[in-house]
Design a protein. Structure first.
Length: 364
């Protein structure tokens, strides 16, 4: 069996790690790895391949940044060429980026079954490009591997339960509660966690700190939202250090909007091991990232989400996650109120989701 895996952004490198590892342990499966180049900066791409010992991509499209239409269009053209050349039995996609959507459309148009890992997530905010990518990718996938029961239920509400699965057929998708491959990755990497000397030295020099990240377009592209968030973090910094690994787009917007960020500890984007170390040592996480909300939970840290809604609704329900949007006072108050939660085991699987996914694909 030949699988064409399509990745392109930081979260996808992490998600693909345990799955590619499971593939490498199966003699009946060959993996062709395609990197779209959606994330191309060293700290957003290359470092993950190095740290996670991912195989070098067989194809790197080098698409880079650009508008949604330009980026996705260039991916579609190049992915189709690779499909024609390699003739894969299956296209494997992850998450909700433009790389995800381009992979799904390319596979469906070429009549190749598509397996979507992290299917069924919904924020119900159609202004988010990720939401559009999720919905469209799910609808044209053959296998929908859901990380949670909530994700399965979302698909059932959309009518996926009416498709009767009869083997490996393009127009009869199969919905599977697989568990979350990010939890697999977290457990595997926690065993061999080795932060860089630079990050370890930084953390050791600080008694207490909060960890923050900002990258969502809804926050970075709105001067008002970004200003409110930065001002809130600046206020919080008066009491406790706030470390902010700064996304290239966020850095650009802070500068172009002329927003002061003098009290924040701004550092360059970090690799996965360094991020896990920061999570382990921090007090509270403030983020608009979907993946970091879960990684905070895995690390048993309270998370304040700088969005009005989240696709990880179960974390809000169990009290591990608080939604505050981009409102300065709410952000500051959430940190100062100090909330805690009790870890509920099992909601993201048992750490063997990747093996379950590959086992099912090979069996079918």
């Amino acid at each position: 069996m030949k699988i064409l895996t399509i990745v392109g952004a930081r979260p996808q490198f992490i998600k693909s790690y345990p799955v590619s590892r499971a593939i490498s342990e199966n003699k009946n499966v060959e993996e062709i790895l395609l990197h779209t180049g959606q994330h191309y900066d060293f700290n957003m791409s290359k470092i993950f391949f190095s740290q996670l010992s991912l195989k070098e991509p067989d194809y790197n499209l080098g698409v880079g940044s650009g508008s949604h239409g330009k980026q996705t269009g260039e991916m579609l053209k190049s992915i189709e060429s690779v499909i024609i050349k390699e003739s894969p039995d299956l296209i494997l996609i992850y998450g909700d980026t433009n790389s995800t959507l381009a992979g799904a459309i390319s596979g469906a148009k070429c009549h190749i079954p598509v397996a979507h890992v992290e299917a069924g997530l919904r924020s119900y905010n159609m202004k988010m490009p990720e939401e559009i990518n999720r919905i469209l990718s799910d609808r044209i996938s053959t296998y929908l591997f859901c990380p949670t029961e909530t994700a399965v239920n979302n698909l059932m509400k959309e009518g996926f339960g009416s498709f009767k699965y009869e083997g490996f057929k393009l127009n009869k998708p199969k919905v599977v509660l697989s568990g979350d491959v990010m939890y697999d990755a977290f457990l595997l990497c926690k065993e061999k966690l080795e932060p860089s000397l630079e990050i370890k030295k930084l953390v050791d020099s600080i008694e207490n700190f909060h960890l923050a990240t900002i990258h969502r377009a809804e926050n970075t592209d709105s001067r008002n939202n970004l200003k409110n968030i930065i001002e809130a973090l600046e206020e919080i910094s008066k009491d406790t250090v706030v470390i902010l690994p700064i996304h290239p787009r966020t850095k650009l917007k802070i500068n172009s909007f002329n927003i002061p960020a003098k009290k924040l500890m701004l550092i360059e984007p970090v690799g996965y091991f360094d991020m896990l170390y920061l999570l382990e040592k921090c007090k509270i996480v403030l983020t608009d990232s979907g993946g970091l909300q879960k990684e905070a939970y895995f690390s048993e840290k309270s998370c304040i989400t700088l969005r009005e809604e989240t696709e990880w609704t179960e974390l809000v329900e169990i009290g591990a996650n608080m939604l505050v949007g981009a409102k300065k006072e709410q952000i500051v108050q959430a940190v100062r109120n100090k909330f805690s939660f009790k870890n509920k085991s099992g909601i993201y699987g048992d750490g063997n989701s990747s093996k379950k996914i590959i086992g099912m694909l090979v069996k079918d």
